[in-house]
Design a protein around this ligand. Structure first.
Ligand code: GDP
Length: 274
């Protein structure tokens, strides 16, 4: 059981040499954390940004984000960890940022960005755990170190960045719909965004050709027979939770175009998690 807290993150960063900050290729700006980046830098550790879920965006888009982040001075790679794509590039990039061996690597990021998937990809089939590190706060079990290469180790416990921000940001940053008091408002915002960035997204995901987010939620509920027992009205809360889950899995598919970020760079800075 992992407790997302800045204290746990600091515990991790202090004990490693390299931190892989995992962001989502669909919206790398909202899923990076300036606070984590500052922490890594101020503790004198190396940072490598990993744009994951690159399979959910066109290749050129992942390339562009990589270039944007590199222009800002960050070592960056992109990968599709679930499809085992990019692991070799990631390994090479880790070697490039390591300064002294033996070195320990940790994976950090918002929930659902693919941290565990990346850890498993790096572990491979043959790696065995070494000694546990005692005393880690927030963990019910001790963190383990895995050997992932010659003189290279990885902490098996990912650093989870606490989700902060408004309703839309919270979803983009991986907060599960079960934790939302009101799923409708963020789902509406998500649908507005989906319609803006990919006009076909809603049609492809639900077979619904409609532009009004509330109506879309109603139609999803009606299609699936979700109604209030009391008055038979469509249960849009359930539809909202579905929409949020579908964004997380990539079924409701849209992404922030890097061009838009470039055009509105200064206002976008505000969206990056502090
Ligand atoms: P964590 O919470 O950061 O540890 O994320 P997980 O590793 O558990 O991944 C969260 C979800 O994203 C899971 O359903 C994964 O299968 C999925 N996922 C991980 N990597 C990728 C990827 O490269 N592409 C896609 N499409 N999904 C991924």
């Amino acid at each position: 059981m992992i407790l997302a807290s800045w204290r746990s993150l600091a515990w991790i960063v202090r004990r490693v040499d390299v931190v892989l900050e995992v962001v989502d290729a669909r919206d790398p700006v909202s899923t990076r954390s300036l606070r984590l980046e500052r922490m890594v830098q101020s503790l004198g550790k190396r940072l490598l940004i990993v744009i994951n879920k690159a399979d959910l965006v066109p290749r050129g888009v992942a390339e562009k984000w990589k270039r944007i982040l590199e222009d800002q001075g960050y070592r960056t790679v992109y990968m599709a960890a679930r499809d085992h794509k990019g692991t070799r590039v990631l390994r090479r990039a880790i070697r490039d940022v390591v300064e002294t061996y033996p070195a320990i690597v940790a994976v950090a990021g918002f929930p659902k960005t693919g941290k565990s998937t990346i850890i498993n990809a790096l572990k491979g089939r043959h790696s065995a755990s070494t000694s546990p590190i005692p005393g880690s706060p927030g963990y019910t079990t001790h963190a383990q170190l895995y050997r992932i290469g010659e003189n290279l180790y990885m902490l098996d416990t990912p650093g989870v960045i606490p989700v902060e921000g408004g309703p839309l940001e919270a979803i983009i940053r991986g907060r599960p719909p079960e934790q939302l008091e009101d799923p409708v408002r963020p789902a509406v915002m998500l649908l507005e965004r989906a319609l803006r960035y990919n006009p076909l997204a809603v049609k492809e995901a639900y077979g619904i050709d409609e532009k009004d987010p509330y109506r879309i939620l109603e139609l999803i509920a009606l299609k699936r027979g979700w109604r209030y027992k009391s008055d038979g009205e469509p249960l849009i809360e359930e539809a909202a939770r579905t929409v949020i889950r579908d964004y997380h899995t990539g079924k409701l598919l849209f992404y922030v175009p890097p061009e838009e970020y470039m055009a509105r760079k200064s206002s976008y800075k505000l969206h990056a998690a502090q």
